[in-house]
Write a protein that binds this ligand. Structure first.
Ligand code: COA
Ligand code: ZN
Length: 310
């Protein structure tokens, strides 16, 4: 089995995770959770988006949250943006790492950000120029990379062509997102192996939703293909409001638990993560899909799961 020693986890609970929640979290509640995640040594966090508050009211206080977190400015705190207007607003609030999102399929992109993929690629050029002039890091996330809830399979040639175009302008991180849990491990392995071979200098990141239970196996397939960077969400929250049947991301604690048990380091304190996930469950007032939160972690040295239960 081809394994790596270390992977980077980017927790997206405060952005992707909260998008489908009925409860709107206050800046104080989000700040508290963000600090808990930082203290648990999660190396990077996507904590909100600059989109129209009419469409995603859960993200309306993202600017205030960045302001509150200004003493953590050296951390990798990321904001998702769908267009130049979002990028401008984010930078006004002091955000220094943006994640520009669009979809590989026109239908989902039109539902989500009201543009065709081609139009988003033109916007990418504008946003990249804007970020380069200001020394702001620009990541790119390509939603529906492994399948679209409206169009089904996306031809691999289309994904590769989009990625070639993006990489010409030297983005920071390129994420391939499985928006509604359609990816399978063989598909992930084959695509990521090809992309890593073709673009060895590019850092790729993977973003899986666990809609059909394939999330952790897809992470493992990504690792086998050489990927060392993954989005996950505390508690397994998440989902795109503009994709039918969307459900949560792979839970951060489940991913970290699997990786640590395999001897792969994340630098994250799993116990702290589980405590924070229990707090999140309390704030939201409903059960979370995380397995480790329910069962407790399994420690090979002390195999008494109930001891760690929260
Ligand atoms: N943030 C806030 N407001 C924005 C904005 C942004 N990033 N981009 C545009 N707007 C505002 C414009 O100022 C304008 O406001 P007005 O009506 O008060 O004049 C209005 O939105 C329409 O502008 P337009 O450029 O035509 O945007 P649009 O209607 O095509 O909407 C998006 C585009 C991207 C802003 C909108 O579709 C959106 O917010 N989608 C949510 C995407 C999302 O968060 N998905 C989940 C994460 S992947
Ligand atoms: Zn997502």
């Amino acid at each position: 089995m081809e394994l790596v020693e270390k992977v980077v986890i980017n927790d997206v609970m405060l952005r992707d995770g909260l998008q489908l929640e009925n409860k709107l979290l206050s800046v104080d509640e989000k700040y508290d959770l963000a600090v808990n995640l930082i203290e648990a040594k999660v190396p990077t966090l996507e904590i909100g988006s600059f989109v129209h508050p009419k469409f995603v009211p859960q993200m309306a206080n993202t600017g205030e949250l960045f302001k509150r977190l200004d003493k953590y400015v050296s951390m990798n705190l990321v904001a998702l943006v769908p267009n130049l207007k979002g990028a401008r607003r984010a930078v006004e609030y002091g955000v220094s790492q943006l994640n520009f999102v669009f979809s590989a399929s026109d239908t989902h992109n039109l539902e989500n950000v009201r543009q065709t993929t081609e139009e988003s690629l033109k916007n990418y050029e504008l946003i990249k120029g804007f970020c380069d002039e200001r020394n702001v890091k620009l990541d790119v996330s390509i939603a529906t990379s492994f399948g679209c809830p409206f169009e089904g399979e996306i031809p691999t040639g289309r994904i590769k062509a989009i990625i070639n175009k993006i990489i010409e302008r030297k983005p920071n991180i390129v994420t391939l997102a499985d928006t509604t849990g359609m990816a399978n491990p063989k598909q992930v392995y084959l695509l990521m192996k090809t992309l890593n071979e073709k673009h060895p200098e590019q850092r790729f990141n993977l973003h899986f939703h666990n809609t059909r239970g394939m999330g952790l196996t897809n992470i493992l397939a990504g690792i086998q293909a050489g990927v060392q960077s993954f989005d996950t969400a505390l508690g397994g929250l998440g989902g795109c409001p503009f994709a039918p049947g969307a459900t949560g991301n792979v839970s951060t604690e489940d991913a970290v638990h699997m990786l640590h048990n395999m001897g792969i380091s994340t630098g994250i304190n799993l116990d702290d993560l589980i405590v924070t996930s229990a707090k999140l469950r309390e704030i939201l007032g409903h059960e979370l899909s995380s397995s480790v939160l329910k069962a407790g972690k399994y420690d090979r040295k002390y195999p008494v799961p109930s001891k760690n239960k929260h």
